[in-house]
Design a protein around this ligand. Structure first.
Ligand code: IPM
Ligand code: MG
Length: 366
């Protein structure tokens, strides 16, 4: 099969890690006899610099032609002026919203050989295999009004946390379905003791649970969840939450894996949009980490979250499960052999560069 993939590197370490993802794609293409057509697009701060637009029409037309999108990261100190009209982040937020990518899956899987790289005690980590389903197109990120203004008494700002029943139902449906296909455990995160949106969320989750009698639904307040993710991570299977809580909890949960650089994500408009059913809007795949301006350009970033995002793309967008599994296995074996980037290095190991890690993983693909 022929697949067209938009490659959007973005800023900071985005270009460095996406180059390694491209290496992996080339190997899979050759070994498994596929044809991947890579279409380059510019986004974020880089696009503000070149086109005065974080998501220019040139990039939109690339996306229009593509079957799936690989995205690096956007943002950085250069564009961080709080009064700036254009923000790099608007590029990715626009794509999520306009492509209706409401379901963001963030698998928190622990590679056994990295257990010592995590600051969390190893006996808590052994059985950890979590998937966080983050709502991605609603809540505080997109609610209106959203603005800043000046009053006689000083400056004010507002963001709006709003969710409709249909938005809540569609994300919970994805989470219930995933939980059904895994260990039948669903933790629904909210702040129902304080927020109306949280109360609506909880009510709808309880109603929907009747349609999934096999799934054990638990409601957990977000503050308590943030504690339990560290204290008993092994007890979680699928976690579902609104947009902002999901953003925060996944950075926290990534610590379990040893590094935020290890975690990929898939942003989908439905759970079953894969394989040969052309042509729905493309899904987007990105690591959960940011642009890491402090290490950008040094060639030391961890490309594994980005490479695992390629595996998610092959699986969810193209239905290439064997190929996705081959990537997973090659990462696993490379880590078992002791290859480490700086963020996951522990005593007794030497850190290798981003591109060396990409080479090792590419060479290990069977
Ligand atoms: C993420 C990032 C983004 C988000 C930023 C870059 C807009 O933190 O993907 O988790 O907040 O969603
Ligand atoms: Mg985030």
């Amino acid at each position: 099969m022929d697949y067209k993939i938009a490659i959007l590197p973005g800023d900071g370490i985005g270009p460095e890690v996406i180059s390694e993802a491209v290496k992996i794609l080339k190997v899979i293409e050759k070994k498994y006899d596929h044809s991947f057509e890579l279409l380059d697009g510019i986004i974020g701060g880089a696009a503000i610099d070149k086109y005065a637009n974080p998501i220019p029409k040139e990039t939109l037309s690339v996306i229009d032609k593509s079957d799936a999108i690989l995205f690096g990261a956007v943002g950085g100190p250069k564009w961080d002026d709080p009064n700036a009209e254009l923000r790099p982040e608007d590029g990715i937020l626009f794509l999520r919203k306009s492509l209706n990518l409401f379901a963001n899956l963030r698998p928190i899987k622990i590679f056994k050989s990295l257990i010592d790289s995590s600051p969390i005690k190893s006996d808590l980590l052994n059985e950890v295999d979590i998937i966080v389903v983050r709502e991605l197109t609603g809540g505080l990120y997109f609610g209106s009004p959203k603005k800043r203004w000046v009053t006689a008494k000083g400056r004010k700002a507002v963001d709006t946390l709003i969710y409709s029943e249909s938005e809540i139902k569609r994300i919970l449906k994805v989470a219930f379905q995933l939980a059904s296909s895994r260990n039948q455990k669903l933790a629904s995160i909210d702040k129902a003791n304080v927020l109306e949106t949280g109360r609506l969320w909880r009510q709808i989750a309880t109603e929907m649970s009747k349609d999934y009698p096999n799934v054990n639904l638990e409601h957990i307040l977000v503050d308590n969840a943030s504690m339990q993710i560290i204290q008993n991570p092994y007890k979680f299977d699928v976690i579902v939450s609104e947009n902002t809580f999901g953003d925060i909890l996944t950075d926290e949960a990534s610590v379990l894996s040893g590094s935020m650089g290890m975690i990929p994500s898939a942003s989908l408009s439905s759970l079953n949009n894969n394989s040969n059913s052309k042509k729905i809007k493309p899904s987007l795949y990105e690591p959960i980490h940011g642009t890491a301006p402090d290490i950008a350009g040094k060639g030391i970033a961890n490309p594994i979250g980005m490479i695992l995002s390629v595996a998610l793309m092959l699986n969810y967008s193209f239905g290439l499960k064997v190929e996705a599994d081959a990537i997973y296995k090659s990462i696993n074996s490379s880590l078992s052999l002791g290859y480490r980037t700086k963020d996951i290095v522990s005593s007794g190991y030497e850190a290798i560069s981003t591109s060396k890690m990409g080479d090792i993983i590419s060479d290990a693909i069977e």
